[in-house]
Design a protein around this ligand. Structure first.
Ligand code: NAP
Length: 331
């Protein structure tokens, strides 16, 4: 086995929900590409638990304690968002390839600094925006490109759900007392922005309104953005996290010949005037796919699809929308 085909020695930084439930199941299927060599969590119990799960690897309590290790080529940063910039910077400075979870950073200033890091360090850098790799949206894009709904001209994405104290994401205090704009709208909405950009190209203009209905989950839980895209598809993205007794996650794309619906990011239906043309259920393997792209970037030097600049733009669109909503002005 050449060094180019060997598994990448990977450190996991942050052993919380996403590391355990999203990244670990993907990494287990990619043992030929990644070997977890050390894990890091500031509270020891979670570090011990993850280290045991990963095969009894060593653990550290501070990310700086893994920067000089030869058994770490790359890091997977799965931390509270306000730590993303600092930890990414330290890891790149130490010569480690970086995967960092979405959103890429917590402020506009940090986003600019992330772009500077991207230019400065010729290492693999990817943001864990799994919607860029989600087969439901990749398949929908194939259908659009194949003309299966004719010319798409409008899109409406409704996300109605109830987030309250029982929700485990609400139980992560950094999400409620958030140090980044938009609270749960940023946390979840950045996925929707990524998928819309994947499907229709750049979001070119828009106007948003925001509300905070339930202060228990932090400021801003309700958001509506009317947008226009480079592909000439106009639409509305609605994200309402404090909806009572009503839940829906459906993206509807209107075309000149048919309508495509993507329900709960897994069921694609295309309906023409008289009949259902297509109905397919999609299995989500997006976390595996994003790690595969990270591996390719490390071993070949290719730029991953979910690059730092792409993720920075997702962040910027949402923050511009929040600012516009406050000023009651278009973005
Ligand atoms: P979480 O459960 O709070 O996990 C964060 C972990 O980091 C916790 O175990 C926390 O330990 C640890 N930590 C906090 N400060 C630390 C430090 N200074 N050094 C080392 N470890 C530290 O949050 P999460 O839900 O996993 O979210 C983590 C990231 O994943 C976020 O960026 C989030 O946006 C992203 N995420 C992405 C998806 C997706 O679908 N792509 C889904 C969920 C989350 P303690 O709690 O013990 O302090």
């Amino acid at each position: 086995m050449t060094s180019q085909s060997k598994p990448v020695k990977l450190a996991i930084i942050g052993c919380g929900i996403a590391a355990n439930e999203l990244h670990w199941p993907a990494l287990r299927t990619l043992r030929d590409k990644f070997e977890i060599t050390v894990v890091c969590n500031n509270t020891e119990e979670k570090a011990v638990e993850f280290a045991a799960k990963a095969g009894g690897v060593p653990y550290v309590l501070h990310h700086k304690d893994l920067l000089q290790r030869d058994d770490v080529e790359a890091v997977d940063i799965v931390l509270p968002v306000h730590l993303n910039y600092e930890v990414t910077r330290d890891c790149l400075q130490a010569g480690k390839h970086v995967m960092v979870e979405k959103p890429i950073a917590a402020t506009r200033e940090e986003v600019r600094a992330m772009l500077a890091l991207d230019r400065e360090y010729p290492l693999a850098k990817i943001v864990g925006e799994n919607f860029y790799y989600h087969p439901a949206f990749l398949r929908a894009k194939e259908h659009l490109n194949a003309g299966r709904i004719g010319k798409p001209y409008a899109a409406f994405w409704d996300v109605f759900r109830r987030l309250d104290r029982d929700n485990r994401y609400v139980q992560t205090s950094w999400r409620v007392d958030h140090k980044y704009p938009g609270g749960f709208i940023m946390d979840g909405g950045i996925h929707n922005i990524a998928a819309l950009r994947l499907l229709f190209g750049e979001i070119t203009s828009g106007q948003a309104f925001t509300q905070s209905v339930n202060p228990e989950i932090g400021s801003m839980d309700s958001f509506s953005l009317q947008f226009a895209t480079a592909a000439g598809v106009d639409g509305v993205l609605n994200i309402f996290n404090s909806s009572v007794g009503f839940a829906r996650n459906e993206l509807v794309i209107l075309g000149s010949a048919a309508t495509m619906r993507i329900a709960s990011t897994q069921q694609i239906t295309i309906t023409s005037k008289d009949k259902v043309e297509l109905n397919e259920t999609i299995t989500n393997n997006s976390y595996v796919a994003e790690f595969e792209d990270f591996y390719r970037a490390i071993r070949t030097g290719a730029t991953p699809f979910s690059s730092f600049p792409r993720a920075c733009r997702d962040f910027e669109i949402l923050v511009n929308a929040f600012d516009g909503a406050e000023r009651k002005a278009p973005i």
